[in-house]
Design a protein around this ligand. Structure first.
Ligand code: NAD
Length: 401
């Protein structure tokens, strides 16, 4: 049977092209669909591609009897009921890292813009005031950039920042290898004491809520600058306001906020509005055409890999398994409830079928277990039916690789 893909919300053409090359049948819609519309459209669809405006509820999943996977062509996955999807064995994928470069470039631009006091200067010009002065303006060359959170974004920022002459130091709670000439520091306090610019790139784990407030701002160098493009809840914006108003800090750029307006055009409230040399952007760090294209590539590849070979690497709701393709082998993908003895039962069946196992990868996540088994001969319909009929089975699929 052919593989039918339903793509909603104007997903980037690179994804459509990838599905076409894979031989999938494609239906596309420019907008999102309501739950009722989805319920009508989903029968016969194996793969659903959405962005953030389509809600995939249990009702929608119930209608998607043929659905194997949902691709979120975006970063967030809140629009999908992940637990319900996992219970039904529907794999969900997203693109958590495809906009890394976009965030890095925005932050680099902000470091330079704040150092030259561009927000203030452009504002005065628009008001008709010619204020030509070097006062408070600095090159970035030779200044120290302190990166808090040295993950995907932090490390890439480290590389591009060094290329423009910044000296980079970083602090991370995990053991991270320094890139280039960057230097790791042992405590956040040490980073704050040395940095001319502090930029935060930590993840959104609950413990990071409020991690940067009055105490941390007070430890920053006089006239240092501050950037947050990670999560709004990490920073106390009211404390930042005090440090900008007092003149202790020379500027800030903030892209993420504890409370962000829901809809386009909604009023934005923040204690940071109206301050000199403070850049405020509406959570656009990762929003570029290039990131959209990269997301199109990334998610379509994950979906094709899953449909064709059962690989679940970076799935957000199923156990992750991604063994290499063994040409000529026969693969069985078996999603089951995570119970004692399932693997032993499968191996007994394989032995009875006389199949030699050439590869086997198992992973578990919550109450689901997933195993990909490669054998040297195709299992008989009877052997597959026996496995399919087992009480622990969620689904079973088989391919020739
Ligand atoms: N502004 C935007 O549009 C935008 C776009 C993409 C990502 N982000 C956000 O940027 C942040 C970083 O993304 P990433 O992909 O680099 O994440 P990542 O998971 O790769 O890296 C986060 C790093 O922070 C470290 N960390 C966590 N808590 C810490 C703490 N308290 N102190 C020091 N280090 C800590 C982790 O060990 C890890 O190395 C995330 O919060 C992400 O949601 C924002």
């Amino acid at each position: 049977m052919g593989v039918k893909v339903l793509l909603l919300e104007n997903i980037h053409p690179v994804a459509t092209e990838a599905f076409r090359r894979a031989g999938f049948e494609i239906e596309a819609c420019a907008g999102s669909l309501s739950a009722d519309e989805l319920v009508d459209r989903l029968p016969g669809v194996s793969v659903l591609g959405i962005r953030s405006n389509t809600k995939v509820t249990p009702e929608v999943l119930e209608a998607g009897k043929d659905l194997l996977a949902v691709g979120c062509f975006c970063i967030g996955t809140n629009q999908v009921d992940l637990v319900d999807a996992a219970e039904r064995g529907v794999a969900v994928f997203n693109a958590p890292f495809s906009n890394t470069r976009s965030v890095v470039e925005l932050v680099l631009g902000e470091i330079i813009a704040l150092g030259r006091r561009l927000p203030e200067k452009t504002q005065r010009m628009h008001e008709g005031v010619w204020d030509k002065s070097a006062k408070g303006s600095h090159e970035v060359r030779g200044r120290t950039l302190g990166i808090i959170g040295y993950g995907n974004i932090g490390t890439q920022l480290s590389n591009v920042a060094e290329a423009v002459g910044l000296r980079v130091i970083f602090y991370d709670t995990a053991d991270r290898l320094a890139h280039g000439n960057a230097r790791r520091v042992g405590t956040m306090d040490q980073l704050l004491a040395e940095s001319d610019v502090v930029t935060i790139h930590v993840d959104g784990r609950p413990g990071n809520a409020g991690m940067f407030g009055a105490e941390q701002f007070a430890k920053m160098k006089p006239r240092a600058m501050f950037i947050n493009a990670s999560r709004g809840m990490v920073v106390d914006d009211a404390a930042l306001r005090e440090h900008i108003l007092s003149g202790h800090l020379a500027g800030a750029a903030i892209d993420v906020f504890p409370i962000e307006p829901k809809a386009q055009g909604d009023t934005f409230e923040s204690p940071l509005r109206g301050l000199d040399n403070v850049i405020l952007t509406p959570h656009v760090g990762g929003s570029t055409q290039e990131a959209q294209e990269e997301i199109g590539h990334f998610v379509s590849n994950k979906l094709i890999g899953f449909v064709r070979g059962g690989a679940t690497a970076l799935s957000v709701n199923l156990p992750e398994v991604a063994p290499p393709q063994l040409p000529g082998a026969f693969r069985v993908g078996y999603l089951h409830s995570n119970e004692r003895g399932v693997l032993a039962g499968i191996n007994r069946l394989l032995a009875e079928a006389g199949a030699n196992v050439v590869g086997q990868s198992l992973s578990t996540r919550d109450d689901r277990g997933y195993v990909l088994i490669d054998t040297d001969l195709a299992l008989s319909d009877a052997a597959l039916a026996a496995l399919r009929g087992a009480p622990q089975t969620v689904w079973l699929r088989s391919w020739e690789l």
